[in-house]
Design a protein around this ligand. Structure first.
Ligand code: ADP
Length: 617
């Protein structure tokens, strides 16, 4: 991943001109964990106690051996010394197990609570994003942020506690105890630290360079292969197969050469450091043995020598573990980067900004002036090229025209799913940009070609987003008007039937009737309809059509409908023919037919299609 290559503190993203580094993410994770500080403090305290006990243990182990020796020499005194040391050792182990368990529990609790809080923040941030954001982001990507990344981003906390803090404690504690046990042996042992550290540093620097050369050589080999395979006709035509194969093998052999050198040097460094380490172990035993058997009197007991050996191992292991901590921290903060970048993302238009409108204060007069639009995901295609429209309250405007002309886009702009890239939309004479888009949408109803339902009961789906108290009678009445009551009652649990994920248990026509029933319940001031095209069979189509007609005549809303059927268009107050992002004709049915333009052609084509359908049947 890109961070491991850059190193800790590498610059990664710019936000508001501020440099965001891995360090920043890391600080934010720690800040987040401070929300759960009592549990976090408990975890740290338990960790310190556990490590303290671990640091103390070698001392006691040494005393046990001294106890055994004393027992051999003088059974009456030695036995109690041995037993006391054994008892201490058992107590230390029992306590260590207990505190490490408590530490693991507290840490897990902090991490789980952190992940939960991150998920809540992330979800809240994502559902507020502009619709344009979802055009470029896949559902899978987003859900994986919510599940995997949200739990993975707490990993740095675990690395920090279990790897960094735990090992620093062992290293420092082990060193102090080693000096306390024998300063002479300690100085002897520590002499190997500088050469080992230096050789590793030097090797790491060299290895980075050689790895880069290996990648470079593979890159050249790949581009040779891509060129040759992509241009195979030319290669064949000029009979240059052998030349290409030679070029390819040249790069591959270079890469292999670097790889082999890396293997030799890596192995030498490993052997060198292993010898240093083992050599030190031999020296410690040799010199330690002299201290124990000193003729002028014992300088060190056998137990102390064993204790020292144990501290030496402790420091060694802690030192090796610390070498990887920073890389681990950097690797694990890439999940945090993904999560925080989403949490920090702000929609271009905050749905709450602007003046609130309500159903009672809105008349529903919609006007478009010079509306232009491009989708952010396809910035070089102008989808709408200057649309002017006037839709007085209570009128019906039908949008007709070939698919891809921009009709749905226009409706999406009216619902403020997207903001126009040019021009302005007015509601009751006020610019939409001054009104809260959330409150405007509360005054709108929408029947799409594919109705989106949630995996809950029919009645919950109907009342979704209603934002007020409702009675069952009210819902039933709306469903009767939408021709949905009968089919709902036919289902096993009637209005309580769960409709499955995305309403999988219902047919297209049934889902549309539920969408129409939703509109009857909401009584929107502005209603947007996308007429279904071919998804419905004839019988269903007639039922849905009937429901739509009742809806249009009962609600008296300002209606914008994307029409595919002549029957719906004929009664519209005005018809706009949308073609390639512009309105090419407008007027009512009679005017447009008399015009003899695009609309008249559409009508005559539809009439002849209907006539042939009648003859077919
Ligand atoms: P209509 O409703 O008249 O069939 P649309 O408004 O759906 O037309 O589409 C108009 C143009 O915008 C088409 O070229 C379509 O490919 C493009 N378009 C529609 N939705 C998106 C989107 N979410 N992202 C990018 N381009 C889109």
């Amino acid at each position: 991943d890109k961070h491991s290559a850059k190193g800790f503190g590498a610059r990664s993203v710019r936000r508001d001109g501020e440099q965001i580094t891995t360090w920043t993410y890391f600080k934010r994770i720690v800040q987040l964990s401070l929300d759960f500080w009592p549990t976090l403090v408990a975890a740290v305290v338990c960790l310190v106690i556990t490590q303290g006990l671990q640091i103390f243990a070698p001392n006691v182990q040494g005393s046990i051996f001294d106890g055994i020796l004393a027992y051999l020499q003088k059974p009456e005194d030695g036995r109690s010394k041995f037993e006391f040391a054994m008892l201490t050792y058992v107590i230390i182990n029992v306590l260590q197990g207990c505190f490490s368990g408590l530490k693991a529990l507290a840490q897990e609790l902090v991490q789980r609570r952190m992940a939960c809080s991150v998920r809540l923040k992330l979800f809240a941030s994502v559902v507020r994003m502009d619709i344009a954001f979802f055009d470029t982001m896949h559902t899978g990507q987003l859900t994986s942020r919510l599940t995997n990344d949200a739990s993975q981003m707490t990993q740095p906390l675990s690395t920090l506690m279990n790897d960094l803090l735990a090992n620093v404690l062992l290293l420092v504690g082990g060193m102090l105890m080693a000096f306390r046990t024998s300063w002479k042996l300690s100085i002897l042992a520590l002499t190997i630290v500088p050469p080992i550290t230096y050789s590793y540093r030097a090797y790491a620097k060299w290895a980075r360079k050689i790895t880069r050369s290996i990648y470079c050589a593979y890159g050249e080999a790949n581009s040779t292969a891509t060129d040759a395979i992509g241009n195979i006709r030319t290669v064949r035509g000029f009979s240059t197969e052998e030349h290409e194969a030679f070029k390819y093998s040249d790069s591959i052999n270079t890469a292999l050469g670097h790889g082999v050198r890396n293997a030799y040097v890596g192995a030498s460094v490993t052997a060198f450091s292993t010898y240093l380490n083992l050599g030190t172990a031999v020296l410690i035993l040799w010199y330690g043995g002299q201290l124990v058997c000193d003729e002028k009197g014992q300088v060190m007991s056998i137990g102390s020598l064993i204790t020292f050996q144990l501290y030496w191992n402790m420091m060694n292991n802690a030192f090796i573990a610390l070498g990887n901590v920073f890389n681990d921290l950097i690797r694990s903060s890439s999940a945090a980067e993904r999560v925080f970048s989403l949490i920090d993302a702000r929609p271009d238009v905050n749905p709450d900004d602007g003046e609130e409108v309500t159903r009672d204060t809105v008349k529903g007069h919609l006007q478009l002036r010079g509306i232009q639009f491009r989708y952010r995901s396809r910035p070089d295609t102008a989808v709408l090229k200057g649309i002017d429209m006037d839709m007085p309250p209570g009128t019906t405007t039908a949008l007709v025209g070939k698919s891809g002309g921009g009709k749905s886009t226009l409706v999406h702009l009216l619902m403020r799913f997207y903001e126009p890239t040019g021009g302005e939309i007015f509601l009751d004479g006020r610019s939409m940009t001054t009104l809260s888009s959330k409150s405007v949408r509360r005054c709108c109803g929408f029947v799409a070609q594919d109705t989106q339902l949630f995996s809950c009961s029919v009645i919950e789906n109907l009342a979704y987003g209603l934002g007020r108290e409702y009675t069952k009678d009210e819902v039933v009445e709306a469903c009767r008007a939408a021709n949905a009551h009968e089919f709902i009652l036919d289902m096993e649990e009637g209005y309580e039937t769960r409709v499955g994920e995305k309403g999988i248990m219902l047919s297209g026509g049934q889902k549309q009737r539920l969408a129409i029933a939703r509109c009857f319940l909401r009584k929107p001031r502005m209603l947007f309809l996308d007429e279904a095209t071919s998804a419905l069979d004839a019988e269903n189509e007639a039922i849905v059509q009937g429901a739509l007609e009742t809806l249009l005549s009962d609600l008296n809303s300002t209606v914008v409908l994307i029409a595919h059927r002549l029957s719906t268009v004929i009664n519209a107050t005005q018809i706009c023919v949308v073609h390639k992002g512009s309105i090419v004709e407008r007027g009512n049915h009679d005017e447009l037919v008399a015009n003899g333009g695009v609309y008249a052609q559409l009508v005559s084509r539809q009439l002849s299609r209907d006539a042939s359908a009648v003859m077919d049947s």
